[in-house]
Design a protein around this ligand. Structure first.
Ligand code: BT5
Length: 279
């Protein structure tokens, strides 16, 4: 397997060595590439767990930046009660425990920060607002940011990231809308290196975001966002809005130009569909 870094991105090229898939994650390898001060300096690794987001919630007393990773999730979750298919050994299923001192309305934007971190590492991946990372018209990665309370009553944030890395094939239900790095390139990727590089990117983006807001990464986000300049249907609270997605504003909201004028949609619990397909 060859993973080459070009301009901080993983260029998708190399030999196919299928036998390097199916191994447990090696935490030492993650540490060897890590350049962070606090993000994922404390790693909790599991061969199998229900959901790394749930495990992070159960262990919310751990320090800021603790990373929970599992080779297998038996109950991986998406948003709004949906399931996340977490095939054994083939993907990155991880959750960051974060203790930001920030306004509550900034918390959902951590999803957008994580999305940029993923895109900066996986070249060719794009963002479907708010929480999907896609290649072409298929989903490579999903992000689930949740809030909970620590035992001492303080607020904590869990940012879960699921990336299909070496998955060969998906269930019938997902096969036309999901993809993996392996499906896209025919190559097997080392999950440890991808995890470390995402953590390195995330720390600098997240620190800038906490200090100066979403504006610090907005330009990059918009450049990588495939939702923009498309006709979309936004679904939330049993409401549908149809219009042209024209911008993502300083607060991370999607600006949709509708027949009733411009509307802004918060990046919380909404689904966005292109009018002619998933993107
Ligand atoms: C998401 O939800 O995309 C958030 C996914 C977060 C997963 C991570 S893994 C680590 C951490 N622990 C967890 O338990 N979760 C987080 P949403 O936007 O609701 O998308 C869910 C939808 O994506 C499903 O209804 C399926 O249609 C599709 N889906 C499920 N598994 C998938 C997969 N492996 N790849 C691509 N699409 C998938």
């Amino acid at each position: 397997m060859i993973v080459v870094f070009v301009e901080k991105g993983i260029i998708m090229t190399g030999k196919t060595i299928r036998s390097s898939a199916g191994k447990n994650i090696d935490v030492k390898e993650i540490y060897s590439v890590l350049r962070t001060k606090f993000i994922s300096q404390n790693i909790k690794y599991y061969r199998e767990i229900d959901s790394t987001n749930e495990e992070a919630k159960r262990n919310a007393v751990e320090c800021d930046g603790t990373l929970f990773i599992a080779d297998v999730q038996t109950n991986g979750r998406g948003r709004l009660g949906r399931t996340w298919d977490s095939a054994a050994y083939d993907g990155i299923w991880m959750s960051l425990l974060l203790k930001p001192e920030t306004k509550p309305e900034n918390i959902p934007l951590i999803t957008l920060v994580a999305g940029v971190a993923v895109c900066r590492v996986i070249k060719g991946a794009k963002i479907k607002w708010p929480n999907d990372i896609v290649i072409g018209s298929r989903k490579l990665c999903g992000i689930l940011t949740e809030k909970t309370k620590s035992a001492d009553g303080s607020d904590v944030v869990i940012c879960g990231i699921g990336i299909n890395v070496n998955t060969e094939a998906f269930s019938d239900e997902l096969s036309d809308k999901a993809t993996s790095l392996y499906i896209e390139t025919g190559n097997i990727f080392k999950r440890e290196k991808i995890i470390s590089e995402i953590m390195n990117e995330f720390e600098s983006l997240y620190t800038a975001f906490l200090e100066n807001g979403f504006g610090t990464i907005r330009e990059y986000y918009c450049k990588e966002c495939v939702t923009l300049n498309k006709e979309v249907k936004v679904i939330y609270n049993n409401t549908e809005i149809i219009g042209n997605a024209v911008d993502v504003d300083e607060e991370g909201r999607l600006v949709v130009d509708t027949s009733n004028g411009k509307m802004t949609v918060n990046s919380g619990e909404v689904s966005v569909r292109g009018m002619y397909g998933y993107i």
